[in-house]
Ligand binder design. Structure first.
Ligand code: SF4
Ligand code: SF4
Length: 313
């Protein structure tokens, strides 16, 4: 698998460096704004629009495919609230794209055949439930027990709400059937600025995570990403990303921009940075994507690329 990710990323790096190709690689599609939870920090759920029909999502997925995306993250709201979510997943996979389902983990996953499932977990039981509502954490643990063989990962967004629990979070989640723990830093969107860690706090937190990786090998966030946190000279290629909002609007580039003007100086979000580091062929970041099984299979690439890369060995 490692080789597969490396081949894809090397192919994209060559196209970027020598042909100036800035077509997107990773799409996030917000298939609904509806959600069964009301998290304190949520910036999307209150902006409810009507769900687009399946036929329209098929057209949008065709567009993503034509524009070069290789990986599709299904997000929300809570995507599993859609009755046709299994059809959306299977359509993405039929196109040969890698599919990752993002969920709050409180709902059944029967028949949902995504390549990976990322579950938002904000802390230990007390802090998670303070943010997401009573009983939400226990529902996630039940989900993990119900689907021990699914390719599940936790996604923890670090903020003032959970930073003091960092080690407890790593310990608790490492003892579950999760295949890996992924960390992110909250972006200071206008309505949640007060929850966001200062630059110094983010750096300290990232350093602590680097230490904790030795004790908890399930932590997947790459060293390269964690060492980038807080640096003013960090590299981000926002063109890797493409976002489709629930009303079908497509934005190519930084995921902050559909909401407000971006400010890279205060951003340490993993989506842009970990993807960029993978594109820059940082070995541990390639490994991060690879471990998630979310980079394209080798047969996605055109034959000439494989021949070219094989000849280079
Ligand atoms: S689960 Fe996600 S979409 Fe739902 S309220 Fe929480 S943050 Fe918002
Ligand atoms: S705001 Fe963050 S994700 Fe957007 S371009 Fe800047 S660093 Fe990248």
């Amino acid at each position: 698998m490692f080789r597969n990710s490396l081949v894809y990323l090397a192919y994209r790096k060559l196209k970027y460096s020598y042909a100036g190709d800035t077509s997107p690689a990773v799409a996030s599609i917000k298939v609904t704004q509806r959600c069964n939870l009301r998290c304190k920090h949520c910036t999307w759920v209150n902006k409810v629009t009507r769900d687009l029909p399946l036929a329209r999502w098929r057209e949008l997925i065709d567009t993503l495919y034509k524009r070069g995306c290789a990986v599709v993250f299904i997000e929300g709201g809570e995507p599993t609230l859609r009755d046709d979510i299994a059809e959306i997943i299977s359509y993405i996979k039929r196109k040969g794209l890698v599919c990752v389902l993002f969920t709050n983990g409180t709902r059944k996953l029967d028949g949902l055949d995504s390549d990976a499932v990322w579950i938002s977990i904000d802390g230990t039981e007390i802090s998670h439930d303070q943010v997401r509502g009573e009983g939400a954490y226990r529902q996630i643990m039940a989900t993990l027990k119900d689907y021990p063989d699914k390719n599940t990962y936790s996604m923890t967004t670090l903020s003032r709400l959970n930073v003091t629990e960092l080690e407890d979070i790593c310990g608790e989640l490492s003892s579950t059937s999760l295949k890996g723990l992924i960390f992110n830093f909250m972006y200071p969107y206008k309505d949640i600025e007060q929850l966001v860690l200062s630059r110094e706090e983010r750096i300290a937190c990232a350093r602590r995570l680097l230490e904790l990786k030795r004790k908890y090998p399930k932590i997947l966030s790459s060293d390269s990403y964690l060492k980038t946190v807080g640096r003013p000279d960090k590299l981000c290629h926002p063109w890797i990303l493409l976002l489709v909002t629930a009303d079908g609007r497509i934005t190519h580039g930084c995921t902050v921009e559909p909401m407000e003007e971006r400010n890279c100086e205060v951003c340490d979000m993993m989506c842009g940075l970990e993807a960029t580091l993978g594109f820059e062929l940082k070995r541990d970041s390639v490994h991060f994507w690879n471990k998630n099984h979310i980079l394209p299979k080798i047969d996605y690439l055109p034959d000439w690329t494989l021949r070219l890369l094989n000849n280079k060995k």
